[in-house]
Every structure is written in structure tokens, then in C-alpha cells.
Design a protein around this ligand. Structure first.
Ligand code: NAP
Length: 277
């Protein structure tokens, strides 16, 4: 029987660890979550991040700005948060409205407070010595694979998807753990041949049921990052029929998703400890 890797369980274990760490700290780490506009998914994600941060006992505030907020106004707010010694982590929810240059916003956040791990400084550190605030979804995936004892060294890992927030940083993390990593994308030729090589197969495409059983090597570990809404239900990128072939898999919902928020809070605590010493 394949192992069902439960993100809620792993996140719970991480929260317990963070609670112990917080007891030792003489201060309360502070997170500021910034959102522009009322995109329903962004509203849901930012509320959840703020709620989980408060439940853990962090000093969290959700700063919801109107969608017409100009780039200058947003950059000025980030400047204030950078300068505020009481703030440890800054997260600006993406995507941003079209009139705002997201990369300029990402680069405006002080790297020491970059709890999303998207600043070029964090990205550079990720690919070099690894001493960085790591992007939450890839870091959460690694944490989950470790929790379930998935061996990575020397194994063939294939990631489908090369986004800056999932595919590319996950490639760096798996490479650092000595996997042989292939990153596939929409121009990859004969994708099923590539994915069938994978002992660890990660799907981060955003297309429901994209990975079919024919694309899976029997015994592979399957990690499903995709989240799509189909008929009011959340579904992943991996066709559930492929789960039966695997040795372990992450379900959607309840797999990678809960880990992303947990890692954000872990990053906030880490940022506080690095910055405050
Ligand atoms: P993205 O930026 O849209 O990237 C999608 C990737 O899939 C691209 O690299 C694209 O290739 C590739 N792709 C598209 N069609 C393909 C095809 N036919 N064959 C092979 N590759 C194909 O997506 P993302 O931001 O990484 O997110 C991916 C999914 O994960 C979404 O469903 C998102 O909602 C979900 N997500 C979940 C979490 C979580 O916490 N669970 C976090 C982040 C994202 P090209 O580069 O060639 O276009």
C-alpha cells in the first residue's frame, strides 16, 4: 500500500517544534502580511497566513491595501517595514495588480526579512551555501519528504514546472540533497519518457490530473503541488489513479498546501533569530 503523506500531520509536528523555540525567545517574532486588492484567492491565503501566525503566538498583522495603491506607495510601506526594528518578516502576497512591478517589490524587501525567499539575495544564497530564508513551498516539500524518510541522495528526481516559486528553488534543494534533478516544462520533448525515469516525481503545473498513470514509474514517490478548483472541489496535477502505482504520494488537498503556511511561520521565527541574534 502506498504511504499517504499527510501535510496536516507534518505541519502539526513543525508547529509543535516552533512553539518550543518560541518559549526560549525573549521576544515575539513579528510578521507583516501585505495584500493589494480583493482577489478572492489572495484574500483567502493572506487571512490564513495571518490566522495561523496568530495561533502560533507570533505578532502578526494583515495590511490590506486598496488595489489602486501605487507602486510608490507600496514601496514606501515596504521601506517603513524594513526600517522598523520590531518587524522580522515581510510578505507581499502575489500576484500583484498589473500596474505594480512585482520584481521591483520583491527586490525592495530587506533580504533579512524576506520570509517568502524570493529576493535575488535569497535566491543566490539558496543556490550557493543554502544559508537563506527558503521559499516556503519547496522547503515544505523537503520537510515532508524528510518526515516520511524518503531517500534523496543519488535518486532520480523529476520536477514538472520551472516557476521561480516552486520548480526552480525545489531543484536547488533536491540538488543540495544529492538527487539527480531534471526540470521539465512546456517545451520538454516526450514528457512521459522523462517522468517515467523519476524515482521522485513532483508536479507543479497547475493542470488538473496532468500526470497520468502512464507517466509514472512504479514505486515512485509522487509530490503534487498543483491546486485547481474543478466543480467546487480542489484537485491536484496528479491523476489519483497514479497513486496506486506509487510507494508514497501527497494528496490534494491536505498534502503540500498546509506545509507552505507552516514554513512561512518557520521562516519568520528563523528571520527573527538571525536578525536579533
Ligand atoms: P506557473 O508559474 O504557472 O508554472 C507552471 C509550470 O508548468 C511552467 O513552468 C510551465 O512551463 C509548466 N507547464 C505548463 N504546461 C505544461 C505542459 N503541458 N507540459 C509540461 N510543463 C508544463 O505555476 P506555479 O506558480 O509553479 O504553480 C503550479 C501549481 O502549483 C498551481 O496549481 C499553483 O496553484 C500550485 N501552487 C501550490 C502551492 C501550494 O502551497 N500547494 C504553492 C504554489 C503553487 P513553461 O515554463 O514552459 O511555461
Amino acid at each position: 500500500m502506498p504511504v499517504r503523506m499527510n501535510g496536516h500531520e507534518v505541519a502539526k509536528a513543525l508547529y509543535a517544534e516552533l512553539r518550543e523555540t518560541l518559549k526560549e525567545l525573549p521576544y515575539t517574532p513579528a510578521l507583516r502580511v501585505v495584500r493589494l486588492g480583493d482577489d478572492p484567492a489572495s484574500v483567502a491565503y493572506t487571512r490564513l497566513k495571518d490566522k495561523r501566525a496568530r495561533e502560533l503566538g507570533l505578532d502578526s498583522r494583515l495590511l490590506a491595501l486598496p488595489s489602486e495603491t501605487s507602486q510608490e506607495e507600496l514601496l514606501a510601506l515596504i521601506g517603513e517595514l524594513n526600517a522598523d526594528d520590531a518587524v522580522d518578516g515581510i510578505l507581499v502576497q502575489l500576484p500583484l495588480p498589473g500596474h505594480v512591478d512585482a520584481q521591483a517589490v520583491i527586490e525592495a524587501i530587506a533580504p533579512a526579512k524576506d520570509v517568502d525567499g524570493f529576493h535575488p539575495f535569497s535566491v543566490g544564497r539558496l543556490w550557493t551555501d543554502g544559508r537563506a530564508l527558503l521559499p516556503c513551498t519547496p522547503a515544505g516539500i523537503l520537510r515532508m519528504l524528510d518526515h516520511y524518510g524518503v531517500e534523496l541522495a543519488g535518486r532520480e528526481a523529476v520536477i514538472v514546472g520551472r516557476s521561480n516559486i516552486v520548480g526552480k528553488p525545489l531543484a536547488a534543494l533536491l540538488l543540495a540533497r544529492h538527487a539527480t534533478v531534471t526540470v521539465a516544462h512546456s517545451r520538454t520533448r516526450d514528457l512521459p519518457t522523462v517522468t517515467r525515469r523519476a524515482e521522485v516525481l513532483v508536479a507543479a503545473v497547475g493542470r488538473p490530473g496532468f500526470v497520468t498513470p502512464e507517466m509514472v514509474r512504479p514505486g515512485a514517490v509522487l509530490v503534487d503541488v498543483g491546486i485547481s478548483r474543478v466543480g467546487g472541489k480542489l484537485v491536484g496535477d496528479i491523476d489519483p489513479r497514479a497513486h496506486e502505482l506509487s510507494s508514497a504520494f501527497t494528496p490534494v488537498p491536505g498534502g503540500v498546501g498546509p506545509m507552505t503556511v507552516a514554513m512561512l511561520l518557520a521562516n519568520t521565527v528563523q528571520a527573527a533569530r538571525w536578525r536579533r541574534g
